[in-house]
Design a binder for this molecule. Structure first.
Ligand code: EPZ
Length: 431
């Protein structure tokens, strides 16, 4: 099994280029099924989740041509809703976006139940509520099967009981080819929601209000092809910001939208980190011990839940006691047990973690419990004295393009080794 081997203590210096937004890409690829023709997607992150979704599209009869490392051309002219690669679908959360795109285009859908990071129960009742409102009958077992008795979805008003990124995106996708107008209220407002709406509109859809809590969709007859460039990844950028803060150094994080990082920037400044914003980059500088802070994760524009483990590590080595309140997921502290193996002093009670900052962490063999927890363990290893081995790195490689290559370019002593013979995987330097 491959793992990361990290020798801690190196401060980070240099520049890192942020890739396209994972959580936009994993909705845009399934949404491409709605386009009766060719679309070209640029700035696509090269990560295992996007690769899996492109293979699922191909299993549905789409043609996928890779133009270069971050550009694909997708032709779904001859695609269908049947015969997907269900084994692959089962392994990722975003496979449920195929429900919206299959129903929208074909009036029929068959997907597996979604996989993804395990934070406890991850219901999809709001997705079903939206599809029912648009006129689909949905049956859930090991598969999600749905169909529209009248053949075409009809626009409707949907008031989400919970602010849900996935449900907001899925209903938006399904609604763009529905007959009439759809209004999604209490919608999520994340940057990747706006990116999906912009992608759909560039293909001829009529989506308005994305980024606010009320999204209006006027159904159209069909989507034409086009070209779309995905926005930079807010959480990847935040991860490098948190790493530089925790370990120390000076890093220019390029290809970002500073506005999307506002909450992360504000929190890091509160902790004593220097963050300078430029047009499409932020400069992060950190020296000496961080100050404590309290963090409450919330839907955008609040502090992102997907940054909670990463900021948790920075607080674990800060001066003083910090309190983290996880506002989105029931069980998103599994990484704390791993962090304790490295000497962190954290107590967890339900959704609240109390972090007593320690001077240093010590290297240990730890697991990546999920995508962001894994990134947090890498940050901890980079901070720790000695060597840290991070297992289950497949979770991390789902969401971070060339993570090791980018960190090595910043001076981190990290490599991918393949036990038992300890050979090292050739890590293409980021570029
Ligand atoms: C998306 O998950 C992201 N994943 C998650 O990022 C992220 O943590 C989450 O949004 C919140 O920002 C992708 O985009 C692929 P939700 P999603 O629906 O859509 C409840 C990462 O690290 N809920 O916004 O599954 C749910 O239980 C991943 O990149 C319902 O009750 O999240 C949760 O408490 C991890 N019913 C809350 O809403 C539903 O039908 C937010 O979930 C749907 C959700």
């Amino acid at each position: 099994m491959e793992r990361y081997r990290i020798r801690g203590g190196n401060r980070l210096h240099g520049e890192v280029e942020i890739s396209g937004a994972k959580n936009a890409a994993v909705a845009i690829i399934p949404a491409a099924l709605m386009v009766n023709g060719k679309c070209r997607i640029e700035n696509l992150p090269r990560i295992s989740d996007t690769e899996a979704l492109l293979l699922i599209l191909e299993s549905l009869g789409a043609k996928v041509e890779r133009i270069d490392r971050s550009t694909v051309e997708i032709d779904t002219t001859n695609a269908t809703w049947m015969g997907a690669d269900y084994d692959r679908m089962r392994r990722i959360r975003a496979s449920y976006y195929f429900v919206g795109s299959m129903l929208g285009r074909f009036g029929v859908a068959r997907t597996t139940m979604p996989g993804g990071c395990n934070f406890g129960v991850r219901p999809i009742d709001q997705h079903v509520k939206g599809m029912n409102a648009l006129g689909a009958e949905v049956d859930i077992s090991d598969f999600i099967t749905a169909h529209v008795p009248g053949g075409r979805l009809r626009g409707a008003s949907v008031y989400l009981d919970k602010v849900s990124v996935g449900a907001t995106m899925n209903i938006m996708i399904a609604a763009v080819l529905a007959e009439g107008r759809t209004v999604i209220e209490n919608a999520a407002r994340e940057p990747h929601i706006v990116d999906l709406a912009n992608f759909l509109n560039s293909m001829g859809a009529d989506v308005r209000g994305a980024g606010t809590d009320t999204i209006k969709v006027n159904g159209v007859e069909q989507l034409h092809g086009g070209v779309y460039t995905i926005i930079p990844d807010q959480i990847e950028a935040g991860t490098y910001m948190a790493a530089t803060a925790a370990i120390g150094g000076e890093v220019l994080i390029k290809n970002v939208i500073p506005k999307h990082l506002d909450c992360i920037t504000a929190k890091l400044r509160e902790m004593g980190v220097t963050v300078e914003e430029y047009g499409e980059s932020v400069l992060v500088r950190s020296a000496g011990r961080l100050r404590r802070a309290n963090v409450k994760t919330q839907p955008y524009p609040g502090f992102p839940t997907d940054m909670q483990p990463q900021i948790g590590v920075a607080l674990a080595v800060a001066e003083g006691t910090s309190v983290i309140t996880e506002g989105v997921w029931d069980h998103r502290y599994k990484y704390i047990n791993e962090l304790r193996k490295m000497g962190a002093a954290v107590t967890v009670d339900g959704r609240v973690a109390v972090v007593e900052g320690v001077e240093t962490l010590r290297g240990a063999s730890v697991n990546a419990c999920d995508l962001r927890a894994g990134a947090a363990m890498v940050i901890a290893g980079l901070c720790a004295r000695g060597v840290t081995l991070v297992e289950d790195i497949q979770f991390i490689e789902r969401g971070y393009e060339n993570f090791v290559g980018k960190l090595r370019l910043l001076g981190a002593d990290i490599r991918i080794i393949d036990e038992p013979d300890g050979t090292e995987r050739d890590t293409a330097a980021a570029g």
